[in-house]
Design a protein around this ligand. Structure first.
Ligand SMILES: NC(=O)C1=CN([C@@H]2O[C@H](COP(=O)(O)OP(=O)(O)OC[C@H]3O[C@@H](n4cnc5c(N)ncnc54)[C@H](O)[C@@H]3O)[C@@H](O)[C@H]2O)C=CC1
Ligand SMILES: O=C([O-])CC(=O)C(=O)O
Length: 342
């Protein structure tokens, strides 16, 4: 007689590669990308559509192409249900029920500009998006990509405070691209797979505020003299400008940023989903230094930032970098707070 093999029932979590979880810990998440039609937004949405923890993916932008981007992505054979929302009238609908709102909305740099030069245009964009999150999904984790990140996170925080829904653990500035770049460059120098490199990058996300802790790299960076350490540090600090120059007026980093943004969002979701020991660097409210917002490794959990892991021992060179970063960070933070309080 023909005997049929009984196929074991595989949990959704196991199918997702999250084998240590039972189906009871599995949650489905709604992720919103605000600025979804842009250079970062489109590839970020493409990557998030492939994340199996995402069951709803809402794409918001003011650009007319936005509904089309959503239709395009909706033809991918992955579970996330994609919706497109164009213009301020459709923003609340996009935001409602969100677990995570990722914000790459705003203008990018052209050669010769600093990130701070973007402030005047981008500040009101982030303020208005944060106000809508405060009203429609106050518990959502907000991940801000828009530059200047150092000032945008304080703006969003002040908006949340005004609305009475502020939770410092739920507002993150995305500095993941600095970590990704540091790992890429160290991987190249050491001749190893960059994915095996672990390197904290602390401080903020512009010029001297980007502080790669090369002394804490695992594996150790194979650079013997201080001049080479200095050159690598400066390359990481100026990597955004390297892309801006190479694109020659066509914008700033988009694809590597989408990759980094998808990684950070994926980590936030894994934390929300109950996975333990999910660690990423992020720019958050902080009392570790005189700068009231600061990036360093944090543990992500069910409520966003679960634990601030600090930044450990710095060598003398890194202490100098930190000293140079603090006044710049303080200035950037004040600019953001003053704007939001107006
Ligand atoms: N945190 C980081 O590491 C990085 C941050 N960035 C920043 O990300 C931002 C976006 O860069 P790109 O995607 O290259 O720019 P982009 O110009 O290609 O796209 C921006 C999108 O934002 C949309 N937008 C403008 N105002 C909006 C509003 N009020 N609501 C919703 N959407 C709105 C635009 O229609 C556009 O589709 C820039 O500020 C850039 O400096 C870029 C790279 C790395
Ligand atoms: O440099 C820029 O303007 C965009 C950015 O933040 C980066 O690539 O790190």
């Amino acid at each position: 007689m023909f005997s049929r093999a009984i196929k074991p029932v595989t949990s959704v979590a196991a199918q997702n590669g999250l084998k240590k979880f039972s189906t009871t810990s599995q949650k489905n998440f709604k992720v919103v990308v605000a600025g979804a039609a842009g250079g970062i937004g489109q590839p970020l949405a493409l990557l998030l559509k492939q994340n199996k923890l995402v069951t709803k993916l809402a794409l918001y932008d003011i650009a007319p192409v936005t509904p089309g981007v959503a239709v395009d992505l909706s033809h991918m054979d992955t579970p996330a249900k994609v919706t497109g929302h164009q213009g301020p009238d459709q923003l609340a609908d996009a935001i409602k029920g969100a677990d995570v709102v990722v914000i790459p909305a705003g203008v990018p740099r052209k050669p010769g500009m600093t990130r701070d030069d973007l402030f005047n245009t981008n500040a009101s964009i982030v303020r208005d998006l944060a106000a809508c999150v405060a009203k429609n999904s106050p518990k959502a984790i907000v991940a801000i990509i828009t530059n200047p990140v150092n000032s945008m996170v304080p703006i969003a925080s002040e908006v949340m405070k005004k609305a009475g829904v502020y939770d410092a653990n739920r507002i993150l500035g995305v500095t993941t691209l600095d970590v990704v770049r540091a790992a890429a460059f160290i991987g190249e120098i050491n001749g190893v797979d960059p994915q095996t490199v672990s390197i904290p990058v602390i401080g903020g996300h512009s010029g001297v505020t980007i502080i790669p802790l090369l002394s804490q790299s695992k594996p150790a960076v194979k650079l013997s003299d201080q001049a080479k350490i200095d050159a690598l540090t400066q390359r990481i600090q100026e990597a955004g400008t390297e892309v801006v120059k190479a694109k020659a007026g066509g914008g700033s980093a988009t694809l590597s940023m989408a990759y980094a943004g998808a990684r950070l969002t994926g980590s936030v979701l894994r934390g929300l989903n109950g996975e333990s020991n999910v660690v990423e660097c992020a720019y958050i409210k902080s009392d570790l230094t005189e700068a009231t917002y600061f990036a360093n490794p944090v543990v992500l959990g069910k409520n966003g930032v679960e634990k601030n892991l600090g930044f450990g021992q710095l060598n003398d060179y890194e202490k100098k970098l930190l000293k140079a970063a603090i006044p710049e960070l303080q200035k950037n933070i004040k600019t953001g707070e003053d704007f939001a309080k107006k």
